[in-house]
Design a protein around this ligand. Structure first.
Ligand code: SF4
Length: 427
């Protein structure tokens, strides 16, 4: 029997899909390359933006009519939404909350001993990792923050942290298998808490695992960055010098209506503290600060928007993921008037992108002449490789050496562009 899984959205969804694949493969299924060959089709959905949602409808539409014998499962952010269930009730066999998949998917495929689902228990399932050298390891699921625009707390429920022993065991196994990069995942990783283990302690315990590997995490909330956490990151040999610090908006009134629980002043002080810690503990080592910003939140005026631009100029980000506000059913912001036009949202995104181009290019220039360890991601043509630094910079280099994909290699950075670097291999 074959299954086909289509994943939309964030890295957490991709990681969940790896666990679903692991579960199905444990029960005798194999992955189909084409949806036509699969008897079971799973859509792991994202509800963060309308566009992502529409893509799901587009792909599910007609699937049941063309292939009435296939079992179709919808999980992820949209699975719990009553309006989605009504709309797709004739096209989907099972709407599945991700935390329930071992029990409910087990029942659908007739698995013997399908266990009762409970909170984060599904994270105990051994995943079918999609890469042989980079692995995402969930450390928690859910979110308690209720940012007014976000569906996650409704789709995934409240925060549940995973047992640190399970996390450490999973990472030990990965390092033994030769994995070079571990990415800890959660909606709000820095509020991780299990028994006596908080996030800084978890990072320190993972750091003790023998072997050479990079350690990073996403996503972290600015309000949960303690001094201890900043020091732990900046002092670490294994934790990447890459801090994702979602701003969302630079104006206090908008931040309050977003329910972000920090002010612009607090955010700027935090960014300053993080930069100072890197300079103190790793002088001369490049670091990256990246962010997420929403433009056109309901009621955001041009003047308020200008505060986001100003924060960008002060922090000098390496990368920002922009989102034009998209009202999501069930959230607090859904009831607010979406009164910034599409054209205005596009204008605001473009103007912020111009600032980003300048700061990213200036930050990249600091790499020229430096020796950097990179993880090689892929090879194109005969001799062109693409790699990443610990700071998340993409690096292109040429080499006629074979077998570099998945390896850590030393490069000398010889050129900086706006969105990437170029290097030459030295060993
Ligand atoms: S912190 Fe806010 S934006 Fe992030 S998942 Fe939680 S509610 Fe959503």
């Amino acid at each position: 029997m074959e299954y086909y899984i289509k994943t939309f959205g964030c890295q957490m969804n991709h990681s969940d899909s790896e666990r679903i694949s692991g579960f199905l493969e444990m029960h005798g299924f194999s992955a189909a390359l084409d949806v036509k060959n699969a008897s079971l089709v799973i859509f792991n959905t994202c509800g963060v933006r309308q566009m992502a949602e529409d893509r799901v409808y587009g792909q599910i539409h007609n699937l049941k009519e063309s292939y009435p014998d296939k079992k179709i499962v919808l999980t992820g952010c949209l699975a719990n939404r009553k309006d989605v269930q009504r709309r797709l009730r004739d096209k989907v066999d099972l709407f599945l909350e991700i935390k329930d998949f071992p029990e409910e998917l087990g029942r659908l495929i007739g698995a013997k001993n399908s266990q009762e689902s409970n909170g984060s228990d599904y994270l105990k399932i051994t995943p079918a990792y999609s890469s042989a050298f980079t692995a995402s390891v969930p450390i928690m699921t859910g979110c308690d923050n209720f940012c007014s625009y976000c569906v996650v707390p409704y789709a995934r429920g409240r925060e549940i942290s995973r047992d640190p022993e399970d996390i450490i065991q999973e990472i030990r196994n990965l390092i033994r298998q030769g994995y070079k990069e571990i990415i800890l995942l959660g909606q709000n990783v820095n509020s991780y808490n299990f028994g006596n283990t908080d996030f800084p302690k978890l990072l320190k315990d993972i750091e003790k695992i023998p072997g050479k590997f990079w350690l990073s995490f996403m996503s972290a909330h600015p309000k949960d960055y303690s001094d201890e956490l900043i020091e732990t990151i900046a002092k670490s040999k294994k934790i990447s010098e890459l801090i994702h610090l979602p701003l969302q908006a630079g104006n206090d009134e908008i931040l309050e209506r977003m329910n972000r629980k920090y002010t612009r002043k607090q955010y700027l002080a935090l960014a300053k503290k993080i930069k100072a810690a890197f300079k103190k503990y790793k002088p001369g080592t490049p670091y990256s600060i990246t962010s997420d910003i929403i433009v056109g939140f309901p009621g955001e005026t041009r003047k308020q928007f200008a505060d986001s631009a100003e924060v960008m100029k002060k922090v000098k980000y390496d990368m920002v993921y922009f989102g034009q506000f998209s009202p999501r059913p069930g959230t607090v912001a859904w009831k607010m008037k979406d009164n910034v036009s599409k054209k205005e949202k596009a204008y605001r995104e473009n103007s912020l992108n111009e600032i980003l181009k300048e700061t990213a290019a200036a930050n990249n220039r600091k790499y020229v002449g430096k020796m950097m360890e990179v993880l090689v991601d892929r090879k194109e043509d005969d001799a062109i490789y693409f790699a990443r630094t610990r700071t998340g910079k993409h690096v292109r280099f040429e080499s006629d050496k074979k077998g570099l994909v998945g390896k850590l290699v030393e490069l000398k950075i010889v050129k900086a562009n706006c969105w990437n670097l170029e290097g030459t291999i030295t060993k």
